[in-house]
Design a binder for this molecule. Structure first.
Ligand code: GDG
Length: 459
């Protein structure tokens, strides 16, 4: 079996990788550790030397080689901030209103993909298998082929793939589709995403189905499949269990019988946080008997703070949280805690276990790992309730959650009411069914299924 080469926009260098790293980074590291391999990507630094001249930063840790490069300010702006995060991210999350398209950014995006390909190619060995991750690198396979690569190239998209009519709003969508077909295997979070990708191609050109899951278009042959990403439930259970830190014990006592709602995600407009604040307000308005005996904690660490739309949503949340607390709070009760901070992973899993309800209502989400982590952190004998947006990829698997339309405040308010009054028997039953799914579709199974398919293609 050939060496595994993982390519992602950001790489976690050995010093930082396992401490506090999320499930995905750990899952990929496990794969690299098992069979030995190379992890290639951007180290998160801005350099003054132009990309072509800058030497790679190479580090070896056991049987993993890390090869990282920095980006110039101009490349970072065009490729990362602009095209990846102000064109693809909003469009693929159905937020065409937030797309700010500039041809210069598209060119910068292609340029950085080419630059990365020229840096990776000399490091590749003949029987390597390459697994590329996410929306920053849609044209990477085509750029690597230009270098002369014959390697099996797999790609996994972590975010949704939009319906064709939405994709078509991007001036370069035809080129994006054509370039993506240079991969041998394209993996998506859900069947819905995989179908949307194929429908977009079929709309543009002749799409031939060679056999189930194998297609031809633009002169390329490629495999398409859904691989829903999972978590490691056992490691989360271990983090969540055990004694609470003294500060949290005090908070628990202070809360008494009050119901606790938790939500946690990067501060991103796709996560539907302002809409959720309003749904919570609707709950307080419609069911006043619950005022004083419920508390909603929103954890939302800043991400991509340099992008304008992210600054706007941060401001909006501060205003809304203040308004809701000002309107409904009393001298002895604060209805909404909004924490714009990053929490330690171990503490976060303990907080999940302590809370009665998780309110996870993204407007669109590729999968949503927080929903899965919340379930894995629960006490199976007395679990909390998961309220989940039907527009998160996770809703396809977690059908025993209270599934809601995040745009419908009244429906979300009703689901909060249902969650606060749900019997223990029903909570245990729903949790057990969902945990059964999660314990089969783990992060290990996700990467093994993807890599098995990729290795099979290369035989
Ligand atoms: C993308 C796709 C897809 C969050 N806040 C803190 C913290 N987190 C951790 C969570 C979880 C991870 O970050 C977030 O994963 P999600 O899946 O929920 O969302 P995205 O970041 O948008 O991820 C998504 C995913 O890729 C994987 O394919 O599911 O759809 O958008 O692990 O726990 N971790 C810590 N402190 C925080 O404050 N330690």
């Amino acid at each position: 079996m050939g060496r595994l080469v993982v390519v992602s926009n950001r790489i976690a260098l050995p010093d930082h990788s396992k401490n506090g790293a999320g499930g995905l980074a750990v899952g990929l590291l496990d794969a690299l550790q098992e069979q030995g391999g190379l992890w290639f990507g951007w180290n998160g630094e801005i350099s003054k030397i132009t990309g072509e001249e800058e030497p790679l930063q190479i580090e070896q840790d056991k049987n993993i080689t890390y090869a990282a490069c920095s980006l110039t300010q101009n490349d970072y702006d065009l490729y990362y901030s602009q095209f990846s995060n102000t064109v693809i991210w909003p469009a693929f999350h159905y937020r065409l209103d937030l797309v700010e398209y500039q041809r210069e950014a598209w060119e910068g995006y292609l340029h950085v993909n080419e630059l990365l390909a020229t840096k990776l190619f000399p490091l590749l060995q003949q029987d390597d298998v390459v697994w590329v991750h996410d929306y920053h690198l849609l044209p990477f396979a085509a750029a690597l082929r230009e270098q002369g690569s014959q390697h099996p190239l797999g790609f996994f998209l972590h975010i949704p793939f939009p319906a064709p009519e939405v994709l078509m709003a991007l001036p370069d969508y035809q080129e994006i589709l054509r370039l993506m077909t240079a991969y041998n295997l394209l993996g998506f979070q859900t069947e819905r995403d995989a179908k949307a990708f194929l429908a977009a191609i079929a709309h543009e050109t002749e799409l031939v189905t060679q056999e189930e899951g194998v297609y031809q278009a633009y002169g390329n042959t490629f495999h398409v499949h859904d691989y829903p990403i999972g978590i490691d439930p056992e490691s989360i259970r271990k983090l969540a269990e055990g004694p609470l830190p003294p500060k949290m014990q005090a908070i628990r006592q202070e809360l008494g019988d009050a119901k606790n709602i938790i939500a946690c995600e990067r501060l991103d407009y796709s996560k539907g946080i302002p809409e959720r604040f309003l749904a919570y307000e609707s709950f307080l308005e419609k069911y006043p008997e619950h005022r004083g005996s419920i508390r909603y904690t929103q954890i939302a660490p800043t991400s991509r703070g340099e992008v304008q739309a992210y600054q706007a949503i941060r401001h909006q949340l501060e205003t809304e949280a203040g308004r809701i607390n000002g309107k409904y709070g009393t001298m002895s009760w604060t209805p909404l805690y909004y924490l714009n901070q990053h929490f330690d992973r171990r503490l976060l899993m303990k907080i999940f276990r302590l809370t009665d309800i998780a309110l996870i209502t993204p407007l669109r989400d590729g999968m949503n790992l927080v929903a899965k982590e919340y379930l894995a952190a629960q006490d199976p004998a007395n679990p909390g309730v998961l309220i989940l947006s039907k527009f998160a990829g996770a809703a396809c698997e977690l059908t025993e959650a209270l599934l809601v339309n995040p745009y419908d405040r009244d429906e979300v308010a009703k689901a909060i009411l249902h969650a606060t009054t749900m019997s223990k028997e029903e909570r245990v039953r729903r949790h057990a069914i969902m945990m059964d799914t999660l314990s089969h579709q783990t992060i290990t199974r996700w990467r093994e299924t993807f890599l098995d398919d990729l290795y099979k293609i290369s035989e």
